[in-house]
Design a protein around this ligand. Structure first.
Ligand code: HEC
Length: 113
């Protein structure tokens, strides 16, 4: 019983260390603390989509009116182009649900330096 509850908790909140191991896929275009091809990721949880000052987003991202809650981020990562049609993040996404949760757990802890 307890084990089951712990497993559920781990699934719901994700494993930041496992997420860190997945992050190199994103680091092809992103960094935590500065903008690259994609905008910086530090502080992304709770941020409005398309709101990093000085980064040139697509009109689609700016218009999306999304806030990057964990849920929205997981949805976007499952299917970037399907979630924000017209986004310039031309990346197939992360098909594995556990990997998405782990990645979001890592991003939730990402510091800006
Ligand atoms: C091929 C390059 C590329 C890869 C790989 C990539 N991204 Fe992106 N990402 C972008 C670009 C470009 C944008 C800006 C999209 C826009 O303006 O439509 C973006 C935007 C985002 C945003 C929106 C940020 C904001 O400030 O609104 C998030 C979140 C994001 N990416 C997460 C990820 C994660 C997590 C991964 C790894 C699984 C990843 N990206 C992989 C290029 C990439």
């Amino acid at each position: 019983m307890l084990e089951g509850a712990l497993l559920l908790a781990a699934l719901a909140t994700g494993d930041p260390q496992a997420g860190e191991a997945i992050y190199p896929r994103c680091a092809a275009c992103h960094a935590l603390a500065y903008d690259r091809v994609g905008p910086r990721h530090c502080g992304v949880i709770g941020r409005r989509a398309g709101s990093v000052a000085g980064f040139e987003y697509s009109p689609a991202m700016k218009r999306s009116k999304l806030t990057w809650t964990r849920e929205n981020l997981e949805r976007f990562l499952a299917d970037p182009v399907g979630t924000v049609p017209g986004t310039t993040m031309t990346y197939a996404g992360v098909p594995d649900a556990k990997e998405r949760v782990d990645l979001v757990a890592f991003l939730a802890n990402a510091k800006c330096k």
